[in-house]
Design a protein around this ligand. Structure first.
Ligand code: 5GP
Ligand code: MN
Length: 345
């Protein structure tokens, strides 16, 4: 296994060394880890003298738009022609923070048809078998960690700049929710320490990411927790839902609901939290859990979506909000054993 990993790093080193024009792609609705990993790698490859582009399927929230070189990211939903130009001239794709190509939304077909070599760097379970080389490990905190390990193993450490460190640290900070989840492995902190040694200002990054919300967002959070949260103590579960009208009332902007789904997990006895949000033609579902409650399996079994054991998301296209919630509540009894508040404490 270890040998295979070394072989993969060697292959990646060769692919990167032999490619002049590299395109980094990440998933639909990219989060801090996706953008932080992509831009971190972008800065490193730039430093190596490559022509580099980062392409996202769509836009991303405001709490990420301060990252160094953010303005160079090409968003397919807004810049179709430019994206096609980049994709047609690239010699290598590096796919970041997703395990199946359909997570790239509208880029799915274009990337699927493209025969240029694709490297995957990701921490989701069961990656699709379509990548030429993959660095995939679900035990790490974030894709950032794997990007960092890849760079070290390829011998590219000297190309990590302050800007790269800022981007990578931001991904680490967001995927661990400020070092509160998925970071019991000392390696996560070793990497954080290495990044800090570039002289980055951790407090400033924290402020820019977590303390930069609009008043409307805070009011919407208050409303959601105060009026729209249902707790089901017998299943150690809490769920919340927001309709389009409610979102409009609070002048909802992309990213405003980021983190909402985590709040109920702070309630004693709640180990499974769900948020349902009405979108134009589907219901966006977010699940979070603690302990051994595999929300990625629960979501892929009953709805459509996936993710990690303790953080998963998806979409429901067929049912409306009321039906989606009804279905959600109806499936809980079959998980009663693992949802019991006293189980596996
Ligand atoms: P969120 O609730 O923040 O949208 O998503 C939590 C996690 O679930 C993400 O980090 C991602 O790994 C995964 N995820 C979100 N939406 C989808 C989806 O539509 N399909 C799949 N396979 N995974 C998703
Ligand atoms: Mn991630």
């Amino acid at each position: 296994m270890q040998n295979q990993l070394q072989l993969n790093f060697k292959q990646i080193k060769n692919l990167i060394s032999n490619s002049k024009n590299i395109c980094i792609v990440t998933h639909f609705n990219p989060d801090g880890d996706a953008i932080g990993s992509s831009l971190g790698l972008y800065h490193i490859l730039l430093e190596m003298g490559k022509v580099v582009n980062v392409v996202t399927p769509n836009e991303y929230p405001e709490y990420l738009i301060w990252l160094p070189a953010n303005h160079n990211i090409v968003k397919y939903s807004l810049q179709k022609e430019k994206t096609h130009g980049i994709i047609n001239s690239t010699n290598l794709f590096i796919c970041i923070d997703f395990n199946e190509l359909k997570r790239t939304g509208d880029l799915f077909e274009i990337l699927g048809k493209n025969r240029v070599k694709k490297i995957l760097i990701d921490h989701h379970p069961n990656p699709e078998n379509i990548f030429d080389v993959q660095i995939s490990d679900i035990s790490v905190s974030s894709t950032v960690e794997l990007v960092y390990e890849t760079i070290i193993q390829c011998g590219f450490e000297q190309f990590i700049s302050l800007n790269a460190a800022i981007c990578l640290f931001t991904g680490l900070l967001t995927d661990t929710i400020s070092f509160s989840v998925n970071c019991s492995n000392p390696r996560t902190f070793e990497i954080a320490a290495k990044l800090l040694s570039f002289g980055i200002d951790k407090e400033e990054i924290h402020r820019k990411v977590f303390d930069n919300f609009s008043a409307n967002r805070m009011r919407l959070l208050g409303y959601t927790l105060g009026k729209k949260m249902v707790i089901l103590p017998e299943f150690g579960t809490a769920y919340m839902w927001l309709t389009n009208d409610e979102l409009k009332d609070f002048n909802f902007q992309m990213g405003d609901s980021e983190g909402f789904v985590n709040y109920p997990l702070s309630i004693k006895g709640v180990n499974f939290a769900a948020l349902f949000m009405e979108r134009k033609d589907y219901i966006k579902i977010s699940f979070r859990s603690r302990r051994n409650i595999p929300v990625n399996k629960i979501i892929s079994t009953h709805f459509s979506g996936g993710g990690h054991k303790n953080a998963a998301g998806g979409e429901e296209y067929k049912l409306n909000m009321e039906e989606t919630i009804k279905k959600f509540v109806s499936i809980l009894p079959q998980y009663a054993e693992i949802l019991k508040p006293s189980y596996n404490l």
